[in-house]
Design a protein around this ligand. Structure first.
Ligand code: NDP
Ligand code: 2IT
Length: 445
């Protein structure tokens, strides 16, 4: 593999798509060795076929706000690769959404979904719509407009979207309502649905719970547990909430949450009613981390700062891409961190990842650590196909088993001669091999 030539060609073809190029480079660097050992991949031109999405749908959403003003947003669905199953991946509503971000997320999703052991291809979609400060009625009208375009290319055996940043249970409800009206079927095309209409128990918690289950496995390789550990979490959304809850349950003390405006340090630990309060904050659609420090006076709000300056044993970045840079990594290492598990997608910059690996710290990349979300989406699809619902214990047990199996795959392909597990390499190689071999089986299509 001529990595630099591939990257140069890709940069020319996709100018300015920084996040997408970053995600591709990370995967290619990891798989270079196994790719070169298997000439059948090169003969079938697997890399060029893998980095090009199967198709991208771009569309316009015009919608009216409560005052009668008309707005226009852009919607996307990137169907990246369906070698091992129907396209599957979330929808993100955030003003920063563009094609580069959705292509990076869709590309990551191919390997993440492959790791889950379930038959799901990779996709991502969303819009530059900003849910912040919008009323329920505005959100509903926007979701309906979005689905009026998206429904044409999705289906329970074709492409199954779910949530991501800015898309939670409420949005999935509005999207699903419109889908079943126009498609005239009720077979569960989205995941993350409400429990009364085809949703799965544990799906809302699954990404955060799964991330902590994965971190637990990483810690066990060093005979460590969460018990008594100081845990720094970023974000205060769906993933951060589940991670904080499970880390606390396992005996850890979560001392931070964050938003784009800064972070909260709570020396008493963020647990119980405080975690519930996080949910209230999230649901309010406002700029919101600050109110936490009014509600719980021992907690301090650090304006414009990130939680990585706090002394902690375990760091769980659960907010967004590139939210932990080289300087943050240096701070964490200096303060004695020994495990980083990425609840978000690509939250650490390549320089930060390099530092963690150089210092032989337990570092779990997003596509392995946060795969519990999409895995439980896969379990929701299974339940919908069987037209039944599993009890909570069964879903949680399956999620736990899947996270252990992903951990095993990472160790299998990532352990070096000295016994250090490079989870980035392990996850990328394991994810890649399954997809690449499926592509070979299917011929040139
Ligand atoms: P949410 O919308 O529920 O929460 C995202 C959180 O991150 C919000 O608190 C948001 O605040 C905050 N945030 C956004 N930008 C920044 C920033 N620049 N700095 C600090 N905080 C920021 O999304 P999720 O919890 O669902 O998603 C979080 C991450 O997890 C994303 O990377 C997502 O791709 C990933 N993920 C999600 C899965 C899921 O099942 N939901 C599954 C796997 C991964 P604000 O809204 O104010 O900007
Ligand atoms: O990034 C992700 O894995 C998600 N947002 C969840 C995708 C899904 O289909 O459940």
């Amino acid at each position: 593999m001529n990595l630099e030539k591939i990257m140069n060609d890709l940069e020319k073809k996709n100018p300015g798509e920084v996040e997408y190029l970053q995600a591709v480079r990370e995967v290619l660097e990891s798989i270079e060795e196994v790719y070169n050992e298997n000439p059948q991949f090169e003969s079938a031109n697997i890399i060029e076929r893998l980095v090009e999405p199967d198709r991208i749908l771009t569309f316009k959403i015009s919608w009216m706000d409560d005052s009668g003003k008309v707005h226009v947003n852009r919607g996307f669905r990137v169907q990246f690769n369906n070698a091992i199953g129907p396209y599957k991946g979330g929808l993100r509503f955030h003003p920063s959404v563009n094609l580069s971000i959705l292509k990076f997320l869709g590309f990551e999703q191919i390997f993440k979904n492959s790791l889950t052991t379930l038959p799901m291809g990779g996709a991502k979609g969303g819009s530059d719509f900003d849910p912040k400060g919008k009323s329920n009625a505005e959100i509903m009208r926007f979701c309906q407009g979005f689905m009026m375009e998206l429904w044409k290319i999705i289906g329970p055996e074709t492409d199954v979207p779910a949530g991501d940043i800015g898309v939670g249970g409420r949005e999935i409800g509005f999207l699903y309502g419109m889908y079943k009206k126009v498609a005239r079927e009720n077979s569960g095309v989205l995941t993350g649905k409400g429990l009364n209409w085809g949703g799965s128990l544990i799906r809302p918690e699954a990404t955060g719970f799964g991330a902590v289950y994965f971190a637990k496995e990483m810690l066990a390789t060093k005979k460590q547990t969460f018990e008594g550990k100081i845990v720094a979490v970023s974000g205060f959304g769906n993933v951060a909430w589940g991670a904080a809850q499970k880390a606390t349950e396992l005996g850890g003390k979560v001392v931070t949450i964050s938003g784009p405006d800064g972070y909260i340090y709570d020396p008493d630990g963020i647990s119980g009613e405080k975690i519930e309060y996080m949910l209230e904050l999230r649901a309010s659609n406002q700029d919101i981390v600050k109110p936490y420090s009014y509600e719980f006076p021992n907690a301090k709000f650090h304006q414009g700062k990130r939680p990585w300056e706090v002394k902690c044993d375990i760091a769980l970045p659960c907010a967004t891409q590139n939210e932990l840079n080289k300087e943050d990594a240096q701070n964490l290492i200096k303060n004695g961190v020994f495990c980083i598990a990425e609840g978000a997608n690509m939250p650490s910059t390549p320089e930060a990842v390099e530092l963690f690996i150089e210092h032989k710290i337990l570092f779990g990349p997003g596509k392995a650590v946060n795969a519990g979300g999409v895995a439980t989406s896969g379990l929701e699809m299974s339940q919908n196909a069987m037209k039944l619902s599993w009890p909570l214990k069964e879903v949680d047990h399956r999620l736990h088993e899947i996270m252990c199996s992903i951990h095993e795959s990472c160790v299998k392909y990532g352990k070096d001669k000295e016994g250090y597990v490079n989870y980035v390499k392990g996850a990328n190689v394991a994810g890649f091999l399954k997809v690449a071999n499926a592509m070979l089986d299917h011929g040139v299509i």
